[in-house]
Ligand binder design. Sequence first.
Ligand code: ADP
Length: 261
Amino acid sequence: LEYSNKLEAQSAELSRTARQLREANEKLTQLSVQKDSFLSQVSHELRTPMTSIRAFSEILRDTHDLKKEEMRRYASVIHDEALRLTRLLNDLLDLSVLESGQVSLNMREGRLAEVLDHAVSAALAGSTQRLQVIRRSEGEALQLCSDLDRLAQVFINLIANADKYCDAAAPQLTIAVRSGGGVLTIDFIDNGSGIPAEAQSMVFEKFARVSAEKAGGAGLGLAICREIMERLGGSITYLNGRRGGAFRVTLPVQGVALAAQ
Ligand code: ADP
């Protein structure tokens, strides 16, 4: 009897190991599929600017009677596309550092209002339209202890997106700060057409783009924001049920203290 009990235990152990192996194998296959699809998306994103750079540089090299104005136009296409490539590579690098978990945070104290002021001016520095930014700011006087540069990076991304996707006739963004229930909440709500319900869950994925015609970027910005907020112990979500684009950033209140007045 003892022998048969032992055998039964061993057989249970074996089938458990077999199941674990099967699961590990499935996970590996899934990761390999994800890696392939990531590589093919990256190659696709690199190919478009590379093709323009090649074509326009060939024209510049091979056409001898180009007018000055044409030369300038082609050179500036090459320049813009090179900038796009640089942005893409920087974003990919940033994302891979964040995803590897090996990012070192630079925690320091500062006022939320100052982080927001800086983000608004940085995000709108190169913008040609006059985005009206409305601040509802009960919680702005709060003193934070966080990686304020990373936090500003998230805000800059959200404000630049609002600037890009808001109503061009009367561009407007509301930034509302609240604190309560152990959480600091910062909402970014613009008056554009927002993100359709069926696309809301995928906008934080890499290479997600909803409205192709307006997107200048590669769809990495929000994926980077999500990684940063996770590293900072907070979150970023899309608020459905709003008319325009609506994003909510949260931070745990442990990192926040009331400002000494
Ligand atoms: P991108 O750099 O291409 O803008 P993001 O990751 O920042 O990439 O955004 C992903 C997609 O989400 C955008 O291409 C756009 O379709 C959509 N999106 C982001 N912000 C807004 C917004 N405020 N209003 C409407 N759509 C938005």
